[in-house]
Design a protein around this ligand. Structure first.
Ligand SMILES: NC(=O)c1ccc[n+]([C@@H]2O[C@H](COP(=O)([O-])OP(=O)(O)OC[C@H]3O[C@@H](n4cnc5c(N)ncnc54)[C@H](OP(=O)(O)O)[C@@H]3O)[C@@H](O)[C@H]2O)c1
Length: 431
């Protein structure tokens, strides 16, 4: 029987796209890919912004600078979009889907903003839309949630899903360095962008949590703002305190059930007990920890970014896409559970680590702890360290409502004897 051919168009040949082109054009992989996909994958066109740039390994006759033509008109079965961006890219993906071309993308920003509509558009046109590369680079977590865990009731998904911030926090932990110094080093090494906002303020992780939650719980992929807090306020003293008390500081993306009808989705720094599996994920690595009702805890770990790992995940999508093209089927979109509420952050209960710098005078401790008491925040432990005329009070609370902690901090900041309220970090993973 003649081997079917699935024609692939690629938009973007940068970090991810050039690695993917290399995989698709590798003569040693042809048979393996035919076996896996049931078809020969033929890369027929590669759109880039600047066609004159040298592109090692990509024959010049495949190159084009007309992404709109590739998406809307080129004779392809599968479009791989790895150019990034939201508005222009959305138009390109819609054009491909409208003519029944399956789309594979690694674009977390677009999927988190408009994924629900795009997946429905794909299905309405008999095409698929896959986006494994959009979350945690090389880790195949989306397909695991979507297929392997399809019948499981997932209670929580918790991940280190941003390599840049994990690199920074890991260095702060191992070397005791300050945030600004490690950020500069990460930028010099290429682990952080010149403008690091998307990473260090948690925007990138928030998009990934939105995607993970949609697969785990059926929440919508439509850019609803989730609670987000970055790593920029973390000081070396907080990291040292955490270490001393058996915790590790991580930026976590969390999506979890609260009762039967609500999901809490959030990104924030957390103190994790050092024995928690996520605590040992260091450097630029990513990991996703999933708790299922029957499966119990599971964890996937790997390289969360980089051309080769991400291209490996994208290629997996291309193979599945090709298989569907050959058999003439496409995946039904995951249903969105309209009954689920977004659990309000203020009602979430966590233990907190909190530092308060105060004037070192008699009676100050009573004033400060009185504020905690007024807001029903119960203190589990307190340490005091002095420096000059000032003292630093470090508190660990019992479970407290977010809204009560916020009110406590607001009132503490009004006290004359309080110089500043420093870090306020949630403690996670002890139950
Ligand atoms: N890098 C990673 O580790 C990683 C990991 C996971 C997901 N992703 C996602 O993958 C996507 C691509 O990331 P990347 O790091 O590979 O980006 P990149 O290195 O900046 O490459 C972007 C590519 O798209 C091309 N391009 C940009 N605008 C274009 C346009 N209007 N028409 C045609 N081509 C255009 C560029 O062309 P020129 O080469 O001519 O400039 C370049 O080849 C993003 O959505 C990103 O979030 C990346």
């Amino acid at each position: 029987m003649e081997t079917a051919v699935v024609k692939v168009g690629l938009i973007g040949a940068g970090t991810v796209g050039s690695s993917l082109a290399q995989l698709l054009l590798d003569a040693n992989r042809v048979d393996m890919l035919i076996d896996a996909a049931g078809a020969r994958l033929e890369l027929v066109t590669v759109a880039v912004r600047d066609q004159s740039k040298p592109r090692a390994g990509i024959p010049s006759e495949l190159l084009s600078d007309d992404a709109a033509f590739v998406a809307g008109h080129a004779p392809i079965d599968v479009l791989v979009e790895v150019m990034g961006g939201v508005e222009e890219t959305r138009g390109l993906i819609e054009a491909a889907l409208r003519r029944g071309v399956t789309v594979v993308t690694a674009n977390k920003a677009l999927m988190a903003a408009a994924g629900t509509e795009l997946v429905q558009l794909a299905y309405a046109n008999g095409a698929d839309l896959y986006y494994e590369g959009a979350v945690a680079g090389g880790i195949p977590i989306l397909r695991a949630l979507r297929t392997s865990m399809a019948g499981e009731r997932i209670n929580r998904v918790m991940g280190i899903v941003n390599g840049t911030t994990n690199f920074i926090l890991s260095k702060m932990t191992s070397e005791g360095s300050d945030y600004a110094d490690v950020l500069a080093e990460a930028q010099a090494l290429g682990y952080a962008e010149a403008d690091p906002t998307a990473d260090v303020e948690g925007f990138d992780a928030a998009a990934k949590v939105t995607i993970l939650a949609s697969l785990a719980f059926g929440t919508p992929l439509e850019g609803e703002v989730i609670f987000r807090e970055g790593i920029t306020k973390i000081r070396s003293i907080d990291v040292a305190y955490a270490r001393h008390h058996g915790y590790v500081i991580k930026l976590l993306g969390i999506a979890e059930r609260v009762g039967d009808h609500a999901i809490s989705r959030r990104v924030h720094v957390a103190m994790l007990p050092e024995e928690h599996p996520l605590a040992s994920v260091h450097g630029a690595f990513n990991a996703v920890f999933v708790e299922g009702a029957f499966s119990g805890p599971l964890m996937w770990m790997g390289q969360g970014a980089g051309g080769n790992p991400t291209a490996a995940a994208v290629l997996g999508d291309v193979v599945v896409a090709a298989r569907n093209r050959v058999t003439g089927r496409c995946d039904a979109p995951l249903s969105v559970d309209e009954t689920l509420q977004n659990y309000p952050m203020g009602e979430l209960q966590t233990e907190f680590y909190l530092t308060v710098d105060v004037l070192d005078r008699p009676g100050v401790l009573a004033l400060v702890t009185g504020v905690f008491g007024e807001h029903a925040v119960s203190i589990r432990s307190m340490e005091q360290s002095g420096f000059g005329d000032e003292a630093r009070l470090t508190f660990i609370t019992h479970l407290a409502f977010e809204s009560d902690i916020a009110a406590t901090i607001e009132d503490l900041e009004q006290l004359d004897v309080v110089d500043s309220v420093g870090a306020c970090i949630r403690i996670v993973g002890e139950e």
